[in-house]
Design a protein around this ligand. Structure first.
Ligand SMILES: [Fe+2]
Ligand SMILES: [Fe+2]
Length: 260
């Protein structure tokens, strides 16, 4: 079993598909995860569980991998549907997760915005331009910059997961360029497409960070680094000149507008 701890969870699931269902019961969604870089031992590190739950989960995985060994799994059926304990983030990581909440409010509005796109009126153009500004200023300059220029510098960012994250940021920036060009040429179809693709990309991206990357990074950070990160984030937010309240008001107004 020790050897399997250093095996990619995706490889284990390919060989023993029932492992995905077992993990799902413990609130661990490795089956549908598209990152696919975690080893089995990383799953245990990232999804902190009570020792007895971890033992129970491992015995069930072991039983799935080695059915011939008749391993006693000891899991009472009534506790199998375990509610995962929410991860408690350090303050700087919680700040990034809170910024995700704001970005997700915008992502949730994208379908309604698309339905009502009207590039023929100043008001219609303004909704889109302000939304693109939220993406560029809040999501990219304020948020992604804290990730790329500060947080990730504490780690070896040649690891595959960082490359996946950088690539998402790059693709997101490319969608923004295309959105701006579409507004310029009043190309509603292209705007619609890039808004949709951006929304899908960012939703998946935020999930990767909230559920995989950030819990993992948090675990690796020393106390002094957490204090230092908090100070650096504060300094960056002060210097960058992005006013979050402006975007919160934009979201409040738009949510009101599209409320049924
Ligand atoms: Fe990110
Ligand atoms: Fe993020």
């Amino acid at each position: 079993m020790e050897a399997y701890k250093n095996t990619g969870i995706k490889d284990i699931i390919t060989e023993f598909p029932q492992v995905a269902n077992i993990l799902e019961e413990y609130g661990i969604g490795c089956g549908p995860c598209t990152v696919g870089i975690c080893l089995l031992k990383d799953i245990l590190d990232i999804h902190k569980m009570a020792p007895e739950k971890e033992q129970e989960l491992m015995s069930r995985i072991q039983a799935a991998i080695y059915p011939e060994r008749n391993i006693k799994t000891n899991h009472p059926v009534e506790t199998a549907q375990t509610v995962p304990t929410p991860h408690v983030f350090s303050p700087p990581m919680q700040l990034l997760v809170d910024e995700h909440v704001v970005i997700k409010r915008w992502l949730a509005l994208i379908p309604s915005v698309i339905e009502s796109i009207d590039l023929a009126t100043d008001e219609g153009v303004k909704i889109i331009v302000d939304g693109i500004d939220l993406i560029r200023s809040y999501a990219d300059r304020l948020h992604h910059a804290k990730e790329e220029d500060i947080l990730f510098t504490y780690f070896d960012d040649s690891e595959k997961i960082f490359q996946v994250i950088y690539e998402d940021h790059r693709i997101a920036r490319n969608h923004v360029k295309k959105m701006l060009a579409a507004v310029e040429t009043k190309d509603t179809a292209a705007l619609n497409q890039h808004l949709t693709d951006y929304g899908l990309l960012l939703a998946e991206h935020i999930k990767k960070e909230d559920e995989i990357l950030f819990p993992w990074l948090d675990k690796e950070l020393a106390e002094e680094q957490i204090v230092e990160l908090t100070q650096k984030f504060d300094k960056e937010d002060g210097e960058i000149g992005v006013e979050p309240q402006k975007y919160l008001s934009y979201l409040d107004n738009l949510e009101d507008q599209f409320k049924e």
